[in-house]
Every structure is written in structure tokens, then in C-alpha cells.
Design a protein around this ligand. Structure first.
Ligand code: 4AD
Ligand code: MG
Length: 436
């Protein structure tokens, strides 16, 4: 019989093809039978669709629908029907299935529960599964929203090197490597380079991978993660916070609109999420934050970082994001400008997400005079020589400037409502995880 021309379509486009025959190219996610009818659930990266195979389908197809194992790749021709009971609202009346590749061994990940160690060992296959696909699509949307926000505001996208000779965020989390006989490090943050670039381009941002030799095994720490960093010449602390707030609200609103189905699949309450970012974000000082945390029964000394219990307490206290400003200077890196009215605190803020998702942004105004910078390098016991170029920025037309870094994975975790950031990046790197 001569093949009818059917248009290849993606599952997410089926609403535009009701009544037409389409060709879906994907993988067999699941199947079941009910009497003389077989159901094949096919995934193609954009969604899941149920194909209905009746004995009227061609005979090979009927038999294939019975026999094909999970994750067989296939082409399916069928007519699109709107059906409110079908997952996604549409189903396919299948005419023909053509296998592309039939696995000889059973797919290691069944649809039942598996331990997380097993799933992490099979991350390259786990990413095909039910929660992981929507999550990675939400990640895509978060990254897109960040770019669109900065573009709309006239920022120039730029880059920072990954191979660097100096520390930004303290020397304890550096990954050293041999660089033709000298020691280089994997960058912890592009900030210092963005400070240089913003003096050339005014308003800059980049999104790139950064590295921290974090020995902590928490649900919020990776050793390789993505940061969206912005740096703006002539921007001061207050305006820096406003910029961050605008960005976070923009990203949440964009993703809720752009990834409705994915958020639903993850059972994330989008309305609640929107409500969290609707009004102005809360603002407190570090000293106030310590009191609030203690008030929630969590022990904390003045000068401590916020651990997970402290972040949970802040998340519970405010049901919206909260900026914690004016940290004791010695708890923060060397580059932060001190508050003019109290040099013991830095002109900085961490943005803590609600619901215990923790710190999603760290930012500050930067030291902008040569004397202050030299003094602070010395206070932190850092050698001057490798920072010579950074000192130069304070020698030639220095201006007040500020910036911040947003952790992409923690932001995705909060928006998607997943507790552990290892699921928010395709291939997480952690203390005990370098494969796959
Ligand atoms: O607060 P951090 O360390 O700030 C900086 O690196 C600044 N130089 C950024 C800047 O001002 N341009 O990191 C920024 C954010 C954190 O708020 C957090 O969201 C995320 O990066 N982050 C991590 N995410 C995952 N795993 C880790 N180990 C992280 N460390 C920080
Ligand atoms: Mg921080």
C-alpha cells in the first residue's frame, strides 16, 4: 500500500492538528492493554501522548503495540483526536507503528520507584523519565528568561574565562590544575572579569559554569554549577537590589507562563509561586536575620553563615524572597565595599528564596578605590601580584559599581519545587559524583 504523506509533528503541537494524520517520532514510554485495545504512551521530548491501537490498525502494528519494550524508539502515524480524558488533552488513533530501534535488554529504569543512588548512576537514562523532562525544560526557560530580561534592559552579554590564576570567593574552594607548570584554577565566579568588562561596556552579564571544591554534601551544593552574573558601572547598592528583584520577578513570571504544563506535571502550585514574588521583596539586615533565626529556635552566632536550618527559618518567617543586607565584612569576600556609616559591615546582600530553597543570589557594591582595595587584599592575606590587573581598574577612571550572581540550579529548584538541586542540571557534579 502506498504511504500517505503525514506531517512530522511534535507532541506539544498536537492541538494544531486535530483531525489530521501526523507522524510522531519518539520513544515508547509505557504501554497497556484493555480488552482488544492497546495503548502506547509515546514521548518525544516535548510531551507524552497516548496512542490508541485497535484491531483495525495494520496487523503488524497491533502486534508491535503488544511486544515493543519500554524505550524502543519508533515512528507512529495516527490521527489526532481531542480527548479531555487523555493526558495532555489529545490522543492518537494509531494507524501504523514503525520501530526504529528495539532494545535487546530491558530499560534499567522502570516506572516504579528506584533509590536515588541507582538513579544517579543512570543519570544518562534517568533524564528521559517523568519528572526529569519537565524539570530540564523549566531550566531551559529560566535561562532564556534571564537572557531576555538583560537584553530588554540593554545589557551586553559577555564572557569570563574558566581557567584563572586567582581566587574570587575565598581560597578554600578552589580546584587547582597544572597549567604548563604553574597552578591555575577553575573559576569560582566570573565577577572580577565582569568588573573589567562593565568598565568597557557599561552593563554586562554572563551565564556560565563555575566551580567550587565544596566538601559539603547538601541538597544545595554542586561542585560545578551555572551562575548568571551581572555587573553595572555607576550602579550603587540600593539600585543593585532593585535590579535583582526585577530579574527574579521577571524570571518567575516568564517561566510560569512559558512552562505551564511542566509545572503542572511537577505539581508545582504556580499561583502560590507568583504570589511569592508579587509584592516587594522583604529586606532585613544580617543582625536582624540572626535574631529571627534564633527566634525560630535555631542556634546561630553573630558572624556565622546561614546554614540550612537558618535558611529554613528565614523562608518560613517571610513567605516571599528576603534580602539579607549588611553582613559582617569578615564573613564576605575581599572585593566588597564597606558601608560608609559602619565599616564593620559590607554593602552587600544575599537573596534568600522562600520555602527553604535558600540563598539564590549573592551580590554587593564593589570596592572602588585603590587604597581600599590594597587594604582589603592585605586584610584577607591575598598576594597583590596576581590581582594587579584588577587593581588597575581602580587606577583608570574608577567608578562606583555593583553586581551579583544568581545560582541557576537553586533558582530552578525553587521555581520547579524540587528539593535537591542535583535534579536541576543534566549531569550534576558533586563531592562523590563525577560519572556519568
Ligand atoms: O554567593 P556567591 O558565592 O557569589 C559570588 O560568587 C559572587 N562573586 C557573585 C557576584 O557578585 N557576581 O554565589 C552566587 C550564587 C549563590 O547565591 C548561590 O545561588 C549559587 O551562586 N551558589 C551555588 N549553587 C550551587 N552549588 C554551589 N556550591 C553554590 N555556591 C553558590
Ligand atoms: Mg553567597
Amino acid at each position: 500500500m502506498e504511504e500517505r504523506e503525514a506531517r512530522p509533528a511534535y507532541v506539544e503541537e498536537l492541538e494544531h492538528h486535530v483531525g489530521e494524520e501526523v507522524l510522531i517520532q519518539g520513544w515508547l514510554f509505557n504501554k497497556r492493554s484493555s480488552g482488544r485495545i492497546r495503548f502506547v504512551i509515546v514521548r518525544d521530548g516535548t510531551g507524552l501522548v497516548q496512542g490508541v491501537v485497535t484491531p483495525d490498525a495494520d496487523p503488524d502494528t497491533f502486534e508491535l503495540a503488544e511486544r515493543l519494550p519500554q524505550e524502543s524508539s519508533l515512528r507512529v502515524w495516527g490521527t489526532v483526536r481531542a480527548d479531555p480524558r487523555a493526558p495532555g488533552g489529545y490522543e492518537l488513533a494509531v494507524r501504523k507503528i514503525e520501530p526504529v530501534h528495539i532494545p535487546k535488554e530491558p530499560f534499567p529504569i522502570g516506572l516504579k520507584e528506584h533509590g536515588v543512588g541507582f538513579l544517579m548512576d543512570h543519570r544518562h537514562l534517568w533524564i528521559r523519565m517523568r519528572r526529569q523532562v519537565p524539570l530540564l525544560r523549566i531550566r531551559d526557560s529560566v535561562l532564556w528568561a534571564i537572557r531576555q530580561f538583560f537584553r530588554e534592559r540593554g545589557f551586553v552579554a559577555t564572557e569570563a574565562p574558566i581557567l584563572v590564576g586567582t581566587a574570587v570567593e575565598g581560597t578554600t574552594t578552589l580546584f587547582p590544575l597544572d597549567y604548563f607548570g604553574r597552578t591555575a584554577y577553575l573559576s569560582q565566579s566570573g565577577q572580577l572579569y565582569l568588573e573589567a568588562t562593565c568598565m568597557a561596556l557599561g552593563k554586562v552579564y554572563w551565564i556560565g559554569p563555575v566551580f567550587r571544591a565544596e566538601k559539603s554534601k547538601t541538597r544545595k551544593h554542586l561542585t560545578e554549577f551555572w551562575m548568571a552574573e551581572a555587573e553595572v558601572a555607576f550602579l550603587e547598592h540600593e539600585e543593585n537590589l532593585q535590579l535583582q528583584e526585577d530579574l527574579v520577578r521577571y524570571v518567575v513570571e516568564f517561566v510560569v507562563e512559558d512552562r505551564k504544563q511542566e509545572l503542572e506535571a511537577l505539581e508545582r502550585d504556580s499561583e502560590a509561586l507568583l504570589a511569592e514574588v508579587k509584592g516587594p521583596f522583604a529586606r532585613i539586615t544580617y543582625a536582624e536575620a540572626v535574631e529571627i533565626v534564633r527566634g525560630h529556635g535555631v542556634e546561630m552566632e553573630h558572624g556565622d553563615d546561614f546554614g540550612a536550618p537558618a535558611e529554613d527559618a528565614l523562608g518560613a518567617h517571610f513567605d516571599r524572597p528576603v534580602f539579607v543586607e549588611r553582613f559582617p565584612a569578615q564573613t564576605k569576600p575581599f572585593y566588597m565595599k564597606r558601608a560608609p556609616d559602619d565599616p564593620s559591615v559590607a554593602l552587600c546582600a544575599d537573596l534568600i528564596a522562600p520555602e527553604g530553597y535558600g540563598e539564590i543570589i549573592g551580590g554587593s557594591q564593589r570596592v572602588d578605590t585603590e587604597e581600599e582595595l590594597l587594604r582589603q587584599l592585605e586584610e584577607y592575606g591575598l598576594p597583590r601580584e596576581p590581582y594587579e590587573w584588577y587593581i588597575d581598574l581602580r587606577k583608570y577612571g574608577s567608578v562606583p559599581h555593583s553586581g551579583f550572581g544568581l545560582g541557576v540550579e537553586r533558582t530552578v529548584a525553587w521555581i520547579a519545587g524540587v528539593k535537591h538541586i542535583r535534579e536541576t542540571i543534566p549531569f550534576p557534579r558533586m563531592l562523590d559524583r563525577l560519572e556519568p
